[in-house]
Design a protein around this ligand. Sequence first.
Ligand code: ATP
Ligand code: MG
Length: 664
Amino acid sequence: MTDLNPVQQLLGELNPPQKEAVTAETKAILVFAGAGSGKTRVLTYRIAFLILSGKVAPEGILAVTFTNKAAGEMKDRVCALLGPQGEKVWVSTFHSACVRILRSHIHRLGRRADFVIYDEEDQLRLMGGLLKAAGVGIHAFPPARILKEIERAKNRGIGPQDYRPDDFNPYQKKAAEFYPLYQEALGASNALDFGDLLTFTHLLFQHVPEVQNYYWRKFRHILVDEYQDTNTIQHLLIKDLLGPDASLCVVGDDDQSIYRWRGAEPANILSFERDFPVAKVTKLEQNYRSTQLILQGANAVVCRNRWRKEKRLWTANEPGNPLTLFVAEDEEEEARWVAGCIAEEAKGEYGRYAVFYRINAQSRALEEVLMHWGIPYTLVGGVRFYQRREIKDVLAYLRVMVNPEDEVSLKRILNVPPRGIGPKTLVKLEELARQKGCSLYQAIVQAPARKDIPSAMRKKVQEVLPLLEKLRAQVLPLDELVSRIIEETNYMEYLMSMGEEGHTRLENVKEFLAVLKGSETEGVKDFLDQVALLTDIDEYEDGVNRVSLMTLHSAKGLEFPVVFMVGLEEGLLPYYLRLDNPEELEEERRLCYVGMTRVQERLHLSCAARRSLFGGEQRRIPSRFLRDIPREIICQEGASTPLLPSSWVWEEGLLAEETYYEYE
Ligand code: ATP
Ligand code: MG
C-alpha cells in the first residue's frame, strides 16, 4: 500500500462524506455537522487536497478560524501534510487577516499604515477621558456600557453616521453622541480598536474596488471554521472577499453556537443556502472523538433545545466508562476531589486532563488545591499575562516609540515610573495640544519653550523629553530594545520600591524578557500586532505536560482525553443572568454540550451543595442539565455528607420543575 500517491493517501484518511466535502468543486460548500465529526479535519485536508492536486497555489487560499491558536494548529497540520509550501497559505483569524489587509491598503481610506491596535483597557481609558471631558458622570454612564453599544454596532457593520439609537435606551442615546467623538479620538491617536479592524476592512472593500479586485484575484478558495459563531460584519467580509470565480467552504454546528451574546448570528449558518444559492450541503454524522456513553450524555442534553436542526450523531468507538458525578459539600471539597482523581490516575501525564468551568472566578479554589498538591496546571484566560499592569507599561513604551501619536499609551507612561508629571501638568499639556491643534507628544516637545506654563512644570517636561526621544531613536532587536527601556526608565527599581506586590510584578517583567529572547518575532510592529490580537485561549501553551484550566467558552474546538466539568449548578450552568430568556437558556445548554463533547475517554461532572461566589456563600441546586443525562450512564461518587444522601439529585424531588425558579 506504499505506492499510493499523496492525494490518494490523503483521501484514504477520510470517510465518504468527508471525502466528498474535501473534493467538492461547487462554488459554495457547507459542512453542517455535530461535534467531533471531523469538520476541522475536512478544512485542513481540503487545503492540502487543493494544493497537492494542483488546483490552486498555496497563496490562493484563505482559511479563517476562531482563535490564533486554532489557526496555528491548522497551519501546523497543513505544513505536516504539505511541507514548507504550507507556510504560504493564509491561515488566520478574521482579526489578523484584517490587520494584514489594512497594513497594506488602509492608506486608501486616508489612514496611516502604522496604526496601533487598542485593546479593551485602552478603549476604556479613551472613552473614560471623553466622557469626563464632556462632564458626563461615569457612574450613570459607565464607559464600558457605552463601548458595548458601540461594539454591538460595529459587529453589525454600522458606522457612526448610520447609528440609530433606541429612544428609550439611555445608553444607546449616549453611544450615539459619543460614537463619532470616539472614532475621532481613535483617529487622532492613529489607533484602531478591535471592531474597527473588521469595519475598516469592510469599508475598504466597499469603497476601493481595486483593492477588492486584488483579493478577488488572489484568493481562489476561502474556508471558514466554526461558522456558527460568525457575526454580521464577519459574514459581510466573507462576501466582500469572495470573488466571482472563487469557492467558499464553511463548516459549523448550530448546536455549538455559544457567542450570540457577543454578536454571533447563528442565522448565518442556517441561511447559508439562501445566501449562496448553489450551495452544496454535506452532513457528517460519525463522531470520532468520544466514547458512546459520553456522546449519549451530550446528546441527551442538547436534544432538549427547541431551536435546532435535528442531527444524528453516532460513534463506532467503545461504549467506555459511565460518566461520574461527584456531589461535593462546597467548592473546596469539589477542588480536592478533582485534584485527588488526577493525582491518583494521571501517572505524570497531566496534559491529558482538563477542567472546565462556567466563569473565571471558579478557578481560584481549583488553583489553590492543585498548587498545594504540586500538580502542574496552566490557566487559560483570567487576568491575562499581557494585560498585567507592568507588562502593559512596558508595552506602552514600545507603542509610543512606534507611534508617538498614541495618546492613551503616552498618558500611561508619562508619569510611570513617577517623575513629577502629575494630573495638573497633564491638563496643561492637553490644553496646549488643543490650542495648537497638535498631538500630545508635540505639545510635550513644545512645552519647554512656553512661557505660559509654570517653570516647575516645564522643568519636569524637559526631563522626560530626552528620555522619550532617546528611546525612539534606538534601532535594536526587540528583546534588547525592551531591556533598554527597562534600564533607561529605571523600571525595575520602581517595581522594587513597591514591596511584595512589586516583587511579583518584577518576576513577570523578567518572564516577559525571557519570552522575548526566545521568540522569533523581530519587528516591534509585528510583535505589537501579535500581542494585541491575542485572545484568552491563545495564551495557552499546550504540549507542555500540565492540567488545563479553562472556561467552557475557551474549550470550543479542543479535545482532551479526560475532563472535569465543575459547578454544574443552577445559576452557574445555566448562568443566573440567562435564566429568564428562553433563547439565552438554550445557549447555556449548548455551552454544556460543547463542554461534554470535548471529551475523548472520561467525563467527570460535579456540583456542590454550598459555594462561595459573587461575594457570599449560597446554597446551591444541581443543574437542570444534569437531570437530562440518563441516569443509567451516570455513576455517582462522594456525597459523604449527611446533608446529601446519594439519591439526592435524582429522587428527592429537588429537581422537580418548579424548584428551578426558586433560585434568585
Ligand atoms: P468540533 O465540533 O469539536 O470542532 P470537529 O467536527 O471539528 O469537532 P475534528 O476536531 O476535526 O472534529 O475531529 C475530531 C477528532 O476526530 C480529531 O481527533 C480527528 O483527528 C478525528 N477524526 C476526524 N475524522 C476522522 C477520520 N475519518 N478518521 C479518523 N479520525 C478522524
Ligand atoms: Mg472543529
